[in-house]
Design a protein around this ligand. Structure first.
Ligand SMILES: Cc1cc2nc3c(=O)[nH]c(=O)nc-3n(C[C@H](O)[C@H](O)[C@H](O)COP(=O)(O)O)c2cc1C
Ligand SMILES: [Zn+2]
Ligand SMILES: [Zn+2]
Length: 460
């Protein structure tokens, strides 16, 4: 963590704080640091040079005063002595620290039949592992976080009922979930790729049939090449991306989406670099398994009524790009659009994306549109990228760092938004998070953890 103020600059490094200038006055807006956490540059370098000079003597003495009296297990460790016992004790986190995350919601959850105040009794009866007594549930429920529920205020009712962490806003004294009748509109459909519960149940029980996929898979097993079913308009709004490495599952999944979900196009993720995916042959791994890749594209295309697009990287290894060889093939298979991330799997997200290569590939892809992706962080980057032969650009981390980047690109200008507007965006994020993940404890926890993940991008 770095903290800069005009008159003094302090650098936090583990438990050490370097005082860069001597005059320490607490400025407005600057966090004061306790005296025991301060050290000098010299002491810090001494510490780095010799492992843990002061600490070791202190520990030997059993003296925990210097520098902070902090718990032993929290101290910075640079040594690697052979003392296993000592090592064991030192390693790891401070497990005795009380966990702030509530665990109780997992084992003391209220049965959905009660949350939703269904007329019919719980299907599982005695065997149901959830609570059915609202008062019992309320006796251990964590306190409300505020007296206003965003969902209730926005949609006139809150589907999380008494489990909502803002439930007081919509709970009667009899613990009934209230509705605002004057203002009860159906919640706006913000997620279009959800499968309904009954379909999910049929899928789990393997009761769902995939005639289109079965027909395609039969042709594959006979060694035939079905005709491709290409070329539609990409209107852009909703899409779903699939990652997988088997033609049968990918084709069935595409059929499932085609029949049940309202999306404008379906994308194959053939750019994912992570081991878990790659080692199974999926993600970026598909790029080197051309015959499987072809079967996947042709199979999915045979069951989809919307366009099929593909996202790829330059290749697997850094100095061995293969996208330019794959693109002419993909055109034959019938992809409607290709997005090329100008980095290899080996590169992950390091070093700059290769826009010269993207340009070359865009020409090979024509007339199939190719979108370029990588390092579009400003409107200038977008303008430069558009000077290449690409048909469009895809923004990724830029949108996490600066969610208003799209306006900057559209209007060709920088836009340094005010702190008030930035706070509005944060508030919107949390509200949308509650809407998407839920306003019960589980949803609140999820919203918080994704908020933290996103905040780590905002400060770049
Ligand atoms: C946190 C994170 C998650 C990502 N998830 C996906 C994903 O699910 N599918 C995908 O095609 N690309 C995914 N990407 C890759 C981006 O789409 C993009 O190709 C990459 O970040 C390079 O673009 P950039 O330099 O503009 O960030 C992800 C990237 C990040 C940083
Ligand atoms: Zn139940
Ligand atoms: Zn609520």
């Amino acid at each position: 963590m770095f903290c800069h103020t005009e008159h003094n600059r302090r650098v936090f490094l583990g438990r050490f704080v370097l005082r860069m200038e001597s005059a320490v006055e607490v400025q407005r807006g600057a966090a004061a640091i306790k005296e025991q956490f301060l050290t000098t540059k010299e002491k810090f370098h001494e510490f780095l040079a010799s492992g843990r000079p002061r600490q070791s003597t202190d520990e030997a003495d059993g003296d925990s005063e210097e520098p902070s009296g902090e718990p032993e297990q929290k101290r910075v460790r640079l040594d690697s002595d052979g003392d296993e016992k000592k090592k064991k004790k030192k390693r790891g986190q401070n497990k005795s620290r009380p966990h702030v995350k509530p665990q109780s919601y997992e084992d003391r959850r209220l049965c959905p039949s009660i949350v939703q105040e269904r007329d019919t009794k719980c299907f599982y009866g005695e065997k149901c592992r959830f609570l059915h007594d609202v008062s019992e549930y309320m006796s251990t429920k964590a306190a409300d976080l505020s007296d206003q529920c965003y969902l209730f205020n926005s949609f006139g009712w809150c589907q999380y009922g008494v489990t909502c962490r803002f439930a007081k806003a919509h709970t009667s004294p009899e613990l009934k979930n209230l509705r605002n009748q004057d203002f009860c509109r159906r919640s706006a459909v913000t997620v279009r790729n959800l499968l309904d519960k009954e379909l999910q149940r049929r899928l789990r029980k393997k009761q769902e049939r995939f005639p289109g996929a079965e027909a395609y898979l039969k042709t594959v097993s006979r060694g035939e090449k079905p005709a491709s079913n290409q070329e539609e308009n990409l209107s852009g709004a909703g899409h779903t991306q699939l990652e997988g490495c088997f033609p049968d599952t990918m084709t069935r999944c595409a059929e499932l989406l085609n029949l049940n979900i309202d999306v404008d196009f379906v994308d194959i993720n053939s750019g994912c670099p992570i081991d878990l995916v790659y080692k199974k042959g999926g993600g970026c791994g598909l790029m080197t398994r051309t015959s499987k890749f072809e079967q996947i594209v042709r199979g999915m295309n045979s069951v989809l009524d919307v366009p099929l697009t593909v996202k790829i990287r330059t290749g697997v290894q850094q100095n061995c790009s293969i996208a330019h060889k794959l693109i002419p093939e993909m055109k034959k298979w019938g992809v409607s659009l290709i997005t090329l991330h100008g980095r290899s799997r080996e590169q992950r997200y390091t070093k700059s994306a290769d826009w010269e290569y993207i340009d070359t590939c865009s020409k090979l892809a024509a007339p199939v549109p190719l979108f370029g992706n990588g390092d579009i962080l400003s409107y200038e980057d977008a303008m430069k990228a558009r000077e290449t032969g690409v048909s469009g650009i895809m923004v990724a981390r830029g949108a996490l760092i600066k969610p208003w980047l799209f306006t900057e690109i559209k209007e060709n200008r920088h836009w340094d938004i005010s702190s008030g507007e930035r706070l509005d965006i944060l508030r919107d994020f949390t509200n949308y998070g509650l809407e998407h993940w839920g306003s019960d404890t589980q949803g609140v926890e999820k919203t918080r953890s994704f908020l933290l993940e996103w905040l780590s991008f905002l400060c770049r």
